[in-house]
Design a protein around this ligand. Structure first.
Ligand SMILES: *Cc1c(COP(=O)(O)O)cnc(C)c1O
Length: 362
């Protein structure tokens, strides 16, 4: 039976990307060695990192003055690396979910971390708009897609933030929507994320950093936590996560070959419209996120109160039809279909058919 992978992360990758990685595990570029056993210092690996950086820049239209790094530690390490490198006195955070809150918590250890707004009172079902960014903040941190709650900062909300931030450096956790749509990178000081949602297997973190925002804090920064270390070392200061970087490169090539971020955005919109339309017309399901803040990447829906007892039965029905990873996060409940870049329209159509067939038999 064909499996449809709706896991939130680690998550679906294009089949050809998985195959290319598998081949390199057996024989890396005809060298007679496995990707798993080559030295990261060998002449043949540096080009992999360089090409991955170049392709990230090309696909996201990254302007001059930025570097793309591939580091360990996950997005979670960035929660502390960001304040370490950028926060002298004060930083501002938009609290749109658990990940945003974890980032904010780390910043509190470095100075005054201000929560400018939060949607916690509504279990993060919407993106707040009514706030100001303090002009004296060293940076303003946002989470562009809230993986757990299925909310995403729309282009309109991002434009509002570009306006609100004024001269304050903008920092974004884009773990779960990087490369899913074009983004105006020039508006940001740092964009980071764990690669295991839209790019690679777990183990590598991408960081797009504007070089001239670094070096302005007075504290000592441990070598490994200083972005400049990794800029100088070309993501090779220490042994980098070789395998996930290789896979990330394959995903970037796949994206470029198919038409880049514009192409994938159109596909993501079509997928999201298909599934949200199904949920909105459903007798038994209802979406959890406010319509204007709905995520294209993580689509959350729950059973209506009068159908709650069907939770396990629908899960069983869907599992028998090849649906994988659709259980909602415990803090939202219900179901979540993560429709990352690698998920095609056919996969989402299969889920929609599954929902319709289930309702038809009720
Ligand atoms: C998954 C996720 C994280 C955590 O990433 P790790 O790489 O596991 O640390 C952080 N932020 C967002 C938005 C996520 O989706």
């Amino acid at each position: 039976m064909k499996k449809y992978n709706f896991n939130a992360g680690p998550s679906i990758l294009p089949q050809e990307v998985i195959k290319a990685t598998a081949e390199a595990v057996l024989d890396f570029q005809g060298e007679g060695l496995s990707l798993l056993e080559i030295s990261h210092r060998a002449k043949y690996f540096q080009p992999v990192v360089d090409e991955a950086e170049a392709l990230m820049k090309e696909l996201l239209n990254v302007p001059e003055g930025y570097r793309v790094l591939f580091l360990g530690g996950g997005a979670s390490l960035q929660f502390c690396m960001v304040p370490y490198n950028l926060m002298e006195k004060k930083a501002a955070y938009l609290n749109t979910g658990v990940w945003a809150k974890k980032a904010l918590k780390e910043a509190k250890g470095f100075g005054e971390a201000v929560e400018v707004a939060s949607s916690a009172e509504a279990n993060f079902t919407y993106i707040p708009v009514d706030y100001e960014v303090p002009k004296d903040a060293d940076y303003f941190h946002i989470t562009t897609n809230n993986t757990i709650y299925g909310t995403e900062l729309s282009d309109a909300k991002l434009n509002d933030i570009y306006h609100k931030k004024g001269d304050v450096t903008l920092v974004a956790d884009m773990s779960s929507d990087i490369l899913s749509r074009p983004i105006d990178v020039a508006q940001y000081g740092i964009i980071y994320g764990g690669a295991q949602k839209n790019l690679a297997p777990a183990g590598v973190t991408f960081v797009i950093v504007k070089e001239d925002i670094l070096g302005h804090v007075t504290r000592y920064i441990p070598t490994m936590l200083d972005y400049r270390t990794h800029i100088d070392g070309g993501s090779m200061f220490n042994t980098p996560p070789v395998l996930p970087i290789y896979t990330a490169l394959q995903t970037l090539k796949w994206l470029k070959k198919n038409g880049g971020v514009e192409w994938v955005m159109k596909r993501n919109i079509a997928k999201a419209e298909l599934l949200y339309d199904c949920i909105d017309h459903s007798k038994i399901f209802v979406g959890t996120a406010k319509a204007e803040d709905r995520s294209r990447m993580n689509i959350c829906f729950v059973l209506k109160p009068e159908y709650q007892e069907l939770q396990d039965d629908f899960m069983k029905f869907a599992t028998e039809r090849g649906m994988v990873g659709i259980k909602g996060h415990r803090s939202v409940g219900g179901f979540r279909a993560s429709c990352y870049n690698a998920m095609d329209l056919e996969g989402v159509q299969a889920l929609v058919n599954c929902i319709r067939n289930y309702e038809a038999k009720l």
